[in-house]
Ligand binder design. Structure first.
Ligand SMILES: NC(=O)c1ccc[n+]([C@@H]2O[C@H](COP(=O)([O-])OP(=O)(O)OC[C@H]3O[C@@H](n4cnc5c(N)ncnc54)[C@H](OP(=O)(O)O)[C@@H]3O)[C@@H](O)[C@H]2O)c1
Length: 352
C-alpha cells in the first residue's frame, strides 16, 4: 500500500475558528462543535460552527466516525478517490483543494439524529443512524447529510461497528452488485479480503450466494472464513494467479500489481472491478474482461445501506472494529491505516 507524507501533518493545540475560517467566541457553545480540520497540510482540533440541516437533510450527532484510507489520501493531496464527484469542495482536483481549504475529513459515521430538515420523511430526532457523507465532515460532533444517504442503525450493531459500514460497504456493493452484476453461484475473488472494503465484499458476495476466495496474510485466514470465504490464499506465500482460473469476478482493493495479475484469472466475459485502479481498457479488451471502477451509478445509496443494515441485524454482515481512536488521535489513526493491515475497520470516537 502506498505511503503518504503524513510527516507534514501535525496536531496543533485548539484555537477556536469557524468552519469558514471565522473566529468563534470563547463562550461559543450551542452553535459550535468540536471537529478535526485539515488545512495546509496540518490537522487541527477546533471549535467550529455547527452545520444545520438544510432541506432534505438531517443533522446527526456523531458517536463514532469511520477511518478510511481516502481520508488521509485527500489530506495528503492525492485525488485518487476524486472519481466520486463533489468530494471535498471541488470535485476534480479535490486533493489539491485540501491543501488550501479547511476541510473536515471523514465520509462515514454512526450517530443520533439531532435535527430534521424540511421535506424529510421517515426519520425523527433521536433515531440512531448509519451515515455516508459524500461531502465529508464526519470527524466532528455533528454532520448534516442528505436523508437519502443514511439508514437506521440496526440494534445488533454497536455505534462503533455501525460507523464502519457505509463507505467500504457502499464501495463493495457498487462494484459487485452494480458493476459486476453478481449472481448466485458465481465465483468471486476478493483481493485484500481482510480490509474494510474486502471484509464487506466477502460478506456481500457470500450473502448473494457466491463462492468466495480471498487473499490475505495467514493471520487473517480464520477471520475471513468466518465471514464466508471458502478459500483464503496467503499472499505472502502463494501467487493467486498460480492457483486460480476462470473466476467470474475479481475485486481488487490492494494495488495495480494485483489488478494486472487478476486480469489473468478472470474468465472471458467476466468482470475485474477495483477501488485502486485498473489495467488499460485495451488490456482488458484483449482478454475480453469487463473492467470497471467505483461509480455513483446503480443502486440508490439508501437502498444499499438498508440491505446491509438488514443483513447486519440478521447477523450475516459484521464489522470488525480493529482500533478505536479519540478525535485528538487522528494522526495516529491515519498512521495505523497507512500501515495497510487494518482488519475490518478502525473508528474515531467522537461523543460517548
Ligand atoms: N474509490 C472509492 O470510492 C474507494 C472506496 C473505498 C476504498 N477505496 C480504496 O480502496 C483501497 C482499500 O480500502 P480499504 O478501506 O479496504 O483499506 P484497508 O482497510 O486499509 O485495507 C487493509 C487490508 O489490506 C490487506 N492487504 C494489504 N496488502 C495486501 C496484499 N498484498 N494482498 C492482500 N491483502 C493485502 C491487509 O490484510 P493483511 O493484514 O492480511 O495484509 C488489510 O486487512 C484503498 O486504497 C482505498 O483508498 C476507494
Amino acid at each position: 500500500m502506498r505511503i503518504h507524507p503524513l510527516s507534514v501533518i501535525v496536531l496543533l493545540a485548539a484555537t477556536p475558528v469557524g468552519a469558514g475560517g471565522s473566529v468563534v467566541g470563547a463562550d461559543a457553545g450551542a452553535n459550535t462543535m468540536r471537529a478535526a480540520l485539515v488545512s495546509a497540510g496540518k490537522i487541527q482540533i477546533r471549535d467550529v460552527a455547527r452545520p444545520v440541516a438544510g432541506r432534505g437533510q438531517v443533522l446527526v450527532n456523531i458517536r463514532y466516525a469511520g477511518v478510511n484510507p481516502g481520508d488521509w489520501k485527500a489530506a495528503g493531496g492525492s485525488s485518487d478517490e476524486s472519481a466520486m464527484p463533489g468530494v471535498l469542495s471541488g470535485g476534480a482536483g479535490a486533493g489539491a483543494a485540501a491543501a488550501s481549504v479547511s476541510v473536515i475529513p471523514g465520509v462515514d459515521a454512526a450517530g443520533v439524529i439531532a435535527a430534521v430538515g424540511r421535506g424529510v420523511t421517515g426519520y425523527r430526532i433521536g433515531d440512531a443512524v448509519i451515515v455516508w457523507s459524500q461531502a465529508r465532515g464526519t470527524y466532528a460532533q455533528y454532520v448534516a447529510v442528505p436523508a437519502d444517504t443514511i439508514t437506521l442503525k440496526p440494534e445488533r450493531l454497536s455505534f462503533a461497528e455501525a460507523a464502519g459500514v457505509a463507505h467500504a460497504g457502499l464501495a463493495a456493493w457498487n462494484l459487485l452488485i452494480d458493476q459486476a452484476k453478481l449472481r448466485s453461484g458465481q465465483t468471486v475473488l476478493v483481493l485484500g479480503g481482510a480490509g474494510g472494503v474486502g471484509s464487506a465484499a466477502v460478506q456481500i458476495a457470500t450473502n448473494s450466494g457466491a463462492h468466495v476466495i480471498a487473499t490475505a496474510s495467514a493471520r487473517n485466514a480464520e477471520y475471513l472464513k468466518a465471514l464466508g470465504a471458502s478459500t483464503v490464499i496467503d499472499y505472502s506465500a502463494q501467487h493467486f494467479e498460480d492457483q486460480l482460473r476462470k473466476v467470474d469476478i475479481a475485486l481488487d482493493t490492494v494495488d495495480m500489481d494485483n489488478a494486472y495479475r487478476a486480469l489473468a484469472v478472470v474468465r472471458r466475459g467476466g468482470h475485474l472491478v477495483s477501488t485502486v485502479g485498473l489495467p488499460l481498457p485495451a488490456q482488458c479488451a484483449a482478454r475480453e474482461v469487463i473492467c470497471s471502477g467505483r461509480t455513483l451509478r446503480g443502486t440508490p445509496i439508501r437502498l444499499a445501506l438498508k440491505q446491509i443494515a438488514e443483513w447486519s441485524q440478521a447477523g450475516i454482515f459484521r464489522v470488525n472494529v480493529d482500533r478505536t481512536f479519540e478525535l485528538t488521535q487522528v494522526l495516529e489513526a491515519w498512521q495505523y491505516s497507512q500501515a495497510g493491515h487494518t482488519r475490518g475497520k478502525s473508528v474515531i470516537r467522537i461523543n460517548h
